[in-house]
Design a protein around this ligand. Structure first.
Ligand SMILES: N[C@@H](CCC(=O)N[C@@H](CS)C(=O)NCC(=O)O)C(=O)O
Length: 219
């Protein structure tokens, strides 16, 4: 069974939890509170030198970082990972877009405005840039979705899951989706897919441990 180090309110972590839910793949979730520095302890850095979640332990001591790499790993061989050369490349195209155009802007705004107390005051200098670039990314997505139901291969794939992670919380960090009707329809389309789980969903308590409990188990 996979072991997933993740934080409940991290969009990057949610992307992986959402894919595992669609795939009905069992896993043990270990909550890592990045706001309390739990991803920067020597123990965690030994697992992922980047000090970030999500992190998937595939087998004893075998770790995979980067949400979109994890999405590919868990989805290969399923309908969530396109098969043809072009469909795969297009899924990757959108997943790179997610990491350079969406996540650094809407993800950053979500982190500082929604998760960090006083974050708005700490980041006033950056907010304007995040808004401008975030809206530009949303416009690119809107234009694609005007004539496509999904981002790649004409069906739900990990490209949609990657983009859903932060787009669905954009309204929680000052972005107004009113003028992006195609995005709003796509969000609802994802939410109607069989197996969808919201960001605040977590596996049952027996499978859901905190970092401390996991440390005890491993000791
Ligand atoms: N490119 C990485 C970004 C991961 C990332 O930024 N994770 C954040 C939470 S959403 C984190 O762990 N931050 C803690 C830190 O950097 O100390 C991915 O897609 O997985």
């Amino acid at each position: 069974m996979y072991k997933l180090y993740s934080m409940q309110r991290s969009g990057n972590s949610y992307k992986v939890r959402l894919a595992l839910a669609f795939l009905e793949a069992p896993y043990r979730a270990i909550e890592v509170d990045i706001l309390r520095g739990e991803s920067r302890t020597p123990e965690f850095l030994a697992k992922n030198p980047s000090g970030q979640v999500p992190l998937l332990e595939i087998a004893e001591g075998r770790y995979l970082a980067e949400s979109n790499a994890i999405l590919w790993y868990v989805a290969i061989g399923t309908s969530l990972a396109p098969e043809s050369r072009m469909d795969r490349a297009e899924a990757l195209q959108w997943m790179f877009f997610e990491q350079h155009a969406l996540e650094p802007n809407i993800g950053a705004a979500y982190f500082w405005l929604s998760l960090v107390r006083g974050g708005r005051d700490l980041q006033t200098h950056a907010l304007e840039d995040w808004m401008e670039r975030g809206y530009a990314a949303l416009q690119v997505m809107e234009d694609h979705l005007k004539s496509n139901d999904f981002f790649a291969a004409g069906q739900l794939t990990i490209a949609d899951i990657a983009l859903y992670g932060y787009t669905h919380v954009a309204n929680q960090c000052d972005f107004d989706l009113e003028s992006f009707p195609a995005i709003r329809h796509w969000l609802r389309r994802i939410e109607q897919q069989t197996g969808f789980v919201p960001m605040n969903w977590h596996p049952t308590s027996s499978e859901f441990d905190t970092l401390d409990v996991a440390a005890d188990v491993e000791a």
